[in-house]
Ligand binder design. Structure first.
Ligand code: GLP
Length: 250
């Protein structure tokens, strides 16, 4: 695993965007696994700037997103489809037909998960999978559980995740209680995994994920088994992990 420590969120975003940009330049028809949440927003802004400057070309890129809230249409301002459109896709020259997000409004969410997983299998592994991390160590919406679930599946969100995401909704009651998420199978199949973490709220989860036991109670801990993980975090988020004596690259 390569670990990069940065001073703050902006520096984290720039460094992680550089990793993503290198992938896009090296392989213009890359499959990018993308994530939502506040952690990747700055990275997306840097990619948008790179595209505007003519340095990055998304015309042959395919994207696969991790997850979507069950019950939210792509036009709902808290849906992850809307997030991706407004934070990235609307501002770069990607072909929207090649951007994939689970359909939160599918009448049968379990069938939608089967469709999404088949689509992922057909496309093949993502060249790079971007991940944020929940405060409880979740990745995508793979919540702490007794088992790791490999395929795309429907999840019940934990109280901790509903609390954390309530800030984006008018009230806690409006936060969907279920989501559709890529499982750990497709995440682990990605050729490279890029994790971005920022702020003291993440410090414990980051330490548990990368220096603790591999357990579905901390879903991100499975990344210890991945051969190519790049972790980019600010000092606050990486403080606990660095205390354990792991070495950062820069
Ligand atoms: C949500 C998303 C995750 C994301 C997490 C952390 O639960 N499903 O993919 O990593 O939030 O969000 P943030 O980056 O805002 O802390």
């Amino acid at each position: 695993m390569q670990i990069y420590v940065t001073k703050d969120y902006e520096a984290m975003s720039r460094k992680a965007a550089a990793v993503m940009a290198a992938q896009i330049i090296a392989k213009p028809d890359s499959i990018l696994g993308l994530a939502t949440g506040s952690s990747p927003v700055g990275l997306y802004q840097d990619l948008i700037a790179g595209c505007a400057a003519g340095d990055l070309d998304f015309s042959r890129i395919t994207t696969v997103n991790l997850d979507e809230y069950a019950g939210l249409d792509g036009t709902h301002d808290q849906s992850y489809r809307y997030f991706m459109n407004t934070n990235l896709f609307d501002h770069v020259n990607v072909d929207k037909a090649r951007t994939n997000v689970p359909n939160g409004k599918a009448p049968d969410p379990a069938a939608e998960c089967v469709r999404y997983e088949a689509m992922l299998q057909k496309l093949g592994p993502a060249d790079i999978q971007l991940l944020g991390m929940g405060r409880n160590g979740h990745i995508g919406f793979n919540e702490p559980d007794d088992v790791f679930t490999a395929p795309t599946h429907v999840v019940e969100l934990t109280d901790s995740t509903i609390d954390a995401n309530a800030r984006f909704f008018a009230s806690r009651d409006e936060v969907p209680k279920k989501a559709l998420t890529m499982g750990v199978g497709a995440i682990m199949r990605a050729r490279r995994v890029l994790v971005v973490v920022s702020g003291p709220d993440k410090a414990e989860a980051v330490k548990a994920a990368f220096a603790g036991p591999i357990t579905p109670r901390v879903p991100a801990s499975i990344l210890q088994l991945h051969p190519d993980v790049v972790l980019v975090g600010d000092e606050a988020a990486l403080a606990g992990l660095l205390e354990t004596g792991v070495t950062a690259c820069g």
